[in-house]
Design a protein around this ligand. Structure first.
Ligand code: GTP
Ligand code: MG
Length: 279
């Protein structure tokens, strides 16, 4: 990635930068999906004389990260309940399976609820993952009430005392009030049995600034504890993770880097920034 190494090299060179140089640098940041606001801050810091631009830019990058908790909450005496939400096709179901597998591999017990009852193939998709990964999946009737699947799931999660209960939900747009209300209902129904601890919003990294705008409006409607940024193996640009945290203040908890179950990892913010600035 090394988004900033070129900039730092030029600044270190000592010779005055031409207007064209500055323009080129600015364009490279915008093209990397760093976003207009963050790009402007970085450019301003780069132009400031009398202080080390490298230091001040690195500081800006660190300050742009969310300061909220990145780890998933865990409890000794009850399941951690995680709702996975987001717009259509961002990677919710795949990320649900990947997250479940990550937790299982670390020695925890996991139960999944297939609360996308809209799309005919949705239940089948998560069930196939469950079979493959040997993780139990609670399903409901086709076109049934997703909240009732979630309720059955949390009841079972509690009685079996599993460590993590993960709910895959249907793709929805923040502008569709009925669908957003449904998320509220799923949450309320679960909370009759056990608290909802995490609401993870899945965002497709390849959609760049659109993904950020989308996350922003979604966040206004639903309480979200973290992001899963997917498809970073595709055409996603290096700056999108920083831009999305900076704009939304919400931490990226996991990243998806492919279609396989192993293409998933906790987001390591410090090494991400090191990757942006190192040569
Ligand atoms: N390359 C790549 N593809 C991914 C990643 N995550 C998911 N996908 C693919 O994206 C497509 C959609 O993934 P799903 O998990 O079905 O997305 P969804 O959000 O559940 O979709 P809906 O339930 O229809 O809203 C599938 O083809 C996945 O294999 C990723 O990190 N990288
Ligand atoms: Mg899905």
């Amino acid at each position: 990635m090394a988004l900033f190494s070129k900039l730092f090299n030029k600044l270190r060179g000592g010779s005055a930068l031409t207007a064209a140089d500055w323009q080129e640098l600015e364009t490279s940041l915008i093209e990397a999906d760093l976003g207009a606001a963050l790009t402007a801050r970085v450019m301003e810091a780069a132009r400031k004389v009398g202080q080390s631009p490298e230091e001040s830019i690195t500081k800006i990058l660190h300050e742009s990260l969310s300061t909220r908790e990145r780890n998933i909450a865990t409890f000794a005496d009850r399941p951690t309940t995680i709702l996975v939400v987001g717009v259509n096709g961002t990677g919710k179901t795949t990320s649900t399976a990947k997250l479940a597998n990550t937790l299982k591999e670390s020695g925890s017990s996991v139960l999944i609820a297939a609360a996308d009852t809209f799309r005919a193939a949705a239940t089948e998709q998560i069930q196939t993952w469950g079979d493959r990964l040997k993780i139990n999946v609670v399903v409901g009737k086709p076109n049934g009430d997703p909240a009732s699947v979630a309720f059955d799931g949390v009841t079972r999660a509690k009685s079996e005392n599993v460590n993590y209960f993960i709910v895959d939900t249907a793709g929805r747009l923040h502008t569709k009030q009925g669908l957003m209300d449904e998320l509220g209902k799923i949450r309320r129904v679960i909370e009759k049995v056990s608290p909802v601890d995490e609401v993870l919003l899945v965002v497709d990294g390849t959609t760049g600034q659109n993904a950020i705008a989308q996350a922003r409006t979604f966040l206004e409607a639903v309480e979200v504890t973290g992001l899963i940024l997917t498809k970073l193996d595709g055409s996603a640009k290096g700056g999108v993770a920083l831009a999305i945290e900076s704009v939304t203040g919400t931490p990226i908890k996991f990243i998806g880097t492919g279609e396989s179950v192993g293409d998933f990892a906790p987001f390591d913010a410090q090494s991400y920034i090191e990757g942006l600035i190192s040569a």
